[in-house]
Design a protein around this ligand. Structure first.
Ligand SMILES: [Fe+2]
Ligand SMILES: [Fe+2]
Length: 160
């Protein structure tokens, strides 16, 4: 999806989410290219962190802003909610699971999230643009919630 072609009412919000998607896809690629286990573990950790925050801002702010706009959107949102649930289970397994299963779990996560991201970009976002939902305020909320969550994460990671 080309950000420049998104109408201004939806542009900032969708651009933020598209950038998140791209950042995660880059991590998937880095994991594939990584040679040693320590690198894989730290890439996996970063992926889980980014995905968790992304899913959280979508669930807290983006999806609720789209609820009730149309039956079609509601159906897509229901599916997205289920997909987030599955992704979260995989993330929890990666974060706490045995190291020898990391490769397998991460591969499934990246395929699964890849599919979810395609659905958002190819179905959800076009439907949002078509319905002319004004997301300018939502964009600001997404932005500030994201920095808040990133800040909390950084604080939690600091050694005491
Ligand atoms: Fe999502
Ligand atoms: Fe997303």
């Amino acid at each position: 999806m080309d950000k420049a072609k998104v109408p201004v009412e939806q542009r900032a919000a969708l651009a933020l989410l598209l950038d998140d998607h791209r950042a995660v896809k880059k991590l998937f690629k880095q994991f594939q290219d990584a040679k040693d286990d320590a690198d894989k573990e730290s890439i996996a950790e970063e992926t889980c962190l980014q995905l968790t925050i992304h899913a959280q801002i979508e669930e807290e702010i983006f999806y609720p802003a789209l609820r009730g706009v149309s039956d079609k959107l509601d159906d897509i949102l229901d599916e997205a909610k289920v997909e987030h649930g599955v992704a979260k289970d995989l993330i929890a397994e990666i974060e706490s699971g045995e190291k020898d299963m990391l490769e397998a779990r991460y591969t499934v996560l990246s395929e699964y999230v890849g599919h979810h991201v395609e659905e958002e970009e190819n179905e959800l976002f076009p439907a949002v643009i078509k319905a002319k939902v004004d997301l300018r305020e939502v964009a600001q909320q997404l932005e500030s919630r994201k920095s808040e969550l990133l800040g909390e994460q950084a604080a939690a990671a600091q050694p005491s």
